[in-house]
Design a protein around this ligand. Structure first.
Ligand SMILES: Nc1ncnc2c1ncn2[C@@H]1O[C@H](COP(=O)(O)OP(=O)(O)OP(=O)(O)O)[C@@H](O)[C@H]1O
Length: 312
């Protein structure tokens, strides 16, 4: 049975004159991974801060695990883990010592602290280095320990603010596996990211935030399918992409689009066909055609639709 873990309605937040969240409506089902995707400064951290009770909204409502984030703040706090919340991972202690200390501070008995520590070291693949000082850890190991520490107390909802920023590809993939494992154990995970691939591969549902609003939401497949079947890319002499046009993938539409483009672009323009990616969705939703590198001086005609137009 699907249960709602996080819900917001008309959520608003401004800092001074700047409106950061301009009426956010979201629903996240229990036991799923939800990715909030958006460019720098879009309001992702502000939304996580509101949902985790660190910041008060100016208007609208939000609930986590059935509790209102303003009126039932303590209940919300007891329902969530937030990575980085306990940024106090001590560099001069080992991972095992850090975890045991956090367990004891959270009220575990010594025996329970030992077994929870062992469980978390295993889950986050830190057993081999559990006895080494944290100051000797790589960025990826450190991030895994941060996550392990934030999960000392078992809570149903986990907030991850850009969990893999700055990690190399191997560490990023290792962390993704762990996030998926947490979801499979029944946790609800709300993460923010600027990495399209991360949202694409991890999330059950994605919402794209831009200009203080949710401009699109759905599964990765649903978002990509807004473009239809195939994209036509126009390339210049140096292989640079001049423009991207959406088609429904049918021979008829592709032929009509090419015929119309042939009248507008120089004869040595090259073309290629490809499937839509999350990058296309993101660029189309978060940039205007004047700033996109995929613009051209051609005008849209009856069967041509640049990706920025196709997805709106
Ligand atoms: N406490 C604050 N006081 C004033 N302005 C703030 C405050 N917190 C955030 N802002 C502003 O609100 C906007 C959104 O910030 P936020 O950190 O939520 O964005 P973000 O999507 O998380 O960005 P990034 O991906 O860069 O972390 C930014 O313009 C930021 O400068």
């Amino acid at each position: 049975m699907n249960r709602t873990a996080i819900a917001t309605k008309g959520l608003r937040k401004s800092f001074g004159q700047q409106t950061v969240l301009d009426g956010i409506d979201l629903t996240v089902q229990s036991g799923t991974i939800f990715a909030l995707l958006g460019p720098n400064g879009a309001g992702k951290t502000t939304l996580i801060n509101i949902l985790s009770t660190l910041t008060k909204p100016d208007g609208g409502t939000a609930s986590v695990n059935g509790h209102d984030v303003v009126r039932e703040r303590e209940d919300v706090k007891r329902s969530i883990s937030l990575t980085g919340q306990f940024a106090a991972v001590d560099d001069m202690l080992t991972a095992r010592e850090n975890l045991r200390m956090m367990c004891r501070l959270s009220g575990f008995t010594p025996a329970d602290a030992r077994s929870r520590t062992a469980e978390l070291l295993k889950l986050f693949d830190l057993e081999a280095s559990a006895g080494k000082l944290v100051k000797t850890y790589s960025g990826g190991m450190r991030r895994r320990l941060d996550l392990a520490v934030s999960l000392v107390a078992s809570r149903p909802v986990l907030f991850l603010d850009e969990p893999t920023t700055g990690l190399d590809t191997v560490s990023r993939r290792a962390l993704w596996d762990m996030i998926l494992e947490l979801r499979d154990r029944g946790m609800t995970i709300f993460l923010t990211t600027q990495y399209l691939e991360e949202a694409d591969l991890l999330a059950d549902r994605i919402a794209v935030i831009a200009g203080g609003r949710i401009v699109a939401s759905g599964t990765a497949q649903e978002l990509k399918s807004r473009f239809g079947g195939e994209l036509i890319e126009l390339h210049g002499a140096d292989e640079e992409i001049l423009a991207v046009y959406a088609t429904d993938g049918s021979l008829q539409h592709i032929r009509n689009t090419l015929n119309e483009l042939a009248e507008q672009v120089s004869p040595d323009t090259r073309i290629s066909l490809r499937k839509p990616s999350m990058d296309d969705v993101f660029v189309a939703l978060t940039t205007t055609s004047t700033t996109s590198s995929s613009t051209t001086s051609t005008t849209s005609t009856s069967s041509t639709a640049k990706v920025e137009e196709a997805v709106q």
